[in-house]
Ligand binder design. Structure first.
Ligand SMILES: Cc1cc2nc3c(=O)[nH]c(=O)nc-3n(C[C@H](O)[C@H](O)[C@H](O)COP(=O)(O)OP(=O)(O)OC[C@H]3O[C@@H](n4cnc5c(N)ncnc54)[C@H](O)[C@@H]3O)c2cc1C
Ligand code: SF4
Length: 439
């Protein structure tokens, strides 16, 4: 190891080899059978359980926890998957602290919820390890549906359509299926190639063909899909990124956080991935936290998240903020970038402190500079590459228009979360099935 956290510039191999494996290991270790039974025993099996209402896919949580408590995790997995076919991934990535576990009555009573996410992971992991896929296809209907985008929305839609007996072709522009499960989620949340294992498991129902490397708008048009298929589902996510609009944004060392994270997720040996010594991340959401924490885990010496509004406005949850600070990331709020300095490559970022006024966010007049050899922009993704002519509301596609349905991040309504994308893909499949079999 010739480099260290103190080596200037953007370099690889800042840490000893063993540190990478340790740093990027499972964020939360899986429960073993005994721990799962103990955790399940804390559930009150509430009537009208608030945890179910708080789950965007409405999994029957008390039922699956009871099935774990009675020693039948395979039955628990079936309960989970019948509502959420990516229940294994959601168990790893859902912000449960703001969903089911926040709603759990034991959270309200004791400040310690039933560990629903970890229990869900236990059940789905046990069943997947046994090769269980408890769904079969209905007799073939002869109807064909095109799904664009093999992310959580597209995959959930494809699986439900295949269950109903329709033939599905999924068009995906990237080399691998999975969407942000494969290219976005922090790597310590989904270790051991889980995203691809889950895709393979999902496809084992049959009736789904995935064509990778095919992009809607480049290789195929919506009109062609509408002519060739009985229905089309668009689950294309948010492929665009917002620009900072700050002078110096084009300097070397400044890049989009989502591109850095995608590269990280596709790098087999993380000791080869270059990272700055002084990293500045601009933004306040999950992407900002993930870029910052993973920069730190790659050996950056100083990592700072700078967010333009107050801490309470950050879209990263309190739990995620705490995760960032405990990893050694500094968070500065109420500051916005005004210039990126450096001769060719970034050297410093200049920020202005801000305050909220009735006319919006205003600089206070006070500025400061942060040393930086790498800057990640994490100020939000936007809809890009959607076919022309489709109705858009609030920057997102309308859910249903003619033969075309949309769901997940690209569609209006719902939070941009994996579990919401799964729910919307599943529900669109039910709507498509109803339309294709009506009359
Ligand atoms: C860095 C990051 C971290 C995140 N972490 C979490 C987390 O921890 N927990 C959580 O719940 N959510 C997280 N999210 C949000 C979550 O990943 C998304 O809400 C979810 O993936 C949305 O699913 P989707 O199927 O709508 O879109 P995507 O996952 O974006 O999938 C869309 C797919 O469509 C493909 N596509 C796009 N355009 C075309 C085209 N023209 N032709 C063909 N294919 C196309 C894309 O390549 C992609 O595979 C994170 C997001 C990011 C960016
Ligand atoms: S709210 Fe908590 S205790 Fe009640 S059923 Fe859900 S997980 Fe169990």
């Amino acid at each position: 190891m010739s480099n260290s956290p103190f080596t200037p510039g953007i370099v690889a191999g800042r840490l000893p080899d063993a540190a990478y494996a340790r740093n990027f290991a499972d964020h939360e270790p899986p429960l073993d059978a005994h721990e799962a039974r103990v955790a399940a025993d804390r559930c009150y099996f509430c009537h009208d359980a608030p945890c179910i209402t708080a789950c965007p896919t409405a999994i029957d949580i008390p039922l699956f926890i009871r099935q774990i408590a009675t020693g039948t995790p395979e039955a628990a997995a079936t309960t989970i998957w019948s509502q959420n076919i990516l229940g294994g991934m959601c168990a790893r990535v859902c912000p449960t602290e703001t969903l089911c576990e926040e709603a759990c009555v034991r959270e309200a009573a004791e400040g310690k919820p039933v560990e629903i996410g970890r229990l869900q992971r236990y059940a789905t992991d046990v069943a997947m390890a046994k090769g269980l896929h408890p769904f079969t296809r209905a007799p073939r209907t002869g109807k064909r549906v095109a799904v664009v985008g093999a992310g959580p929305a597209g995959l959930a839609c494809a699986h439900r359509l295949a269950m109903h007996g329709h033939d599905v072709v999924v068009f995906e522009r990237r080399p691998k299926a999975g969407g942000l499960n494969e290219y976005g989620i922090a790597s310590y949340k989904t270790t051991g190639g889980f995203a691809q294992k889950e895709v393979e498991w999902l496809l084992s129902i049959g009736g789904i063909e995935i064509r990778c490397g095919v992009e809607l708008g480049r290789d195929v048009t919506l009109a062609q899909l509408e002519a060739e298929y009985d229905a089309v589902f668009l689950g294309i996510g948010l492929a665009g990124v917002n620009a900072l609009r700050t002078p110096g944004e084009d300097k070397a060392g400044v890049r989009d956080a989502v591109d850095f994270i995608a590269e990280l997720r596709q790098t087999a040996d993380l000791s080869t991935l270059p990272i700055g010594r002084d990293v500045v991340v601009i933004g306040g959401g999950m992407t900002a936290v993930d870029a910052a924490v993973q920069s730190k885990l790659l050996g950056a010496e100083n990592v700072t998240i700078v967010y333009r509004r107050g801490q309470e406005k950050m879209s990263a949850s309190a739990y995620e903020q705490e995760h960032a600070t405990s990893a050694g990331v500094r968070i500065i709020c109420n500051a916005m970038p005004v210039a990126i300095h450096g001769n060719g490559a970034v050297r410093e970022v200049e920020f202005a402190y801000t305050r909220e006024t009735s006319e919006g966010l205003k600089p206070t007049g006070e500025t400061f500079r942060l040393k930086a050899d790498q800057v990640f922009k994490a100020i939000g993704q936007t809809l890009a590459g959607a076919p022309e002519g489709l109705a858009v509301e609030g920057g997102k596609l309308k859910g249903h228009q003619g033969k075309v349905w949309a769901g997940g991040d690209c569609a209006a309504g719902g939070e941009d979360l994996t579990v919401t994308a799964v729910a919307e893909g599943r529900d669109a499949a039910e709507a498509i099935h109803a339309a294709l079999t009506a009359g």
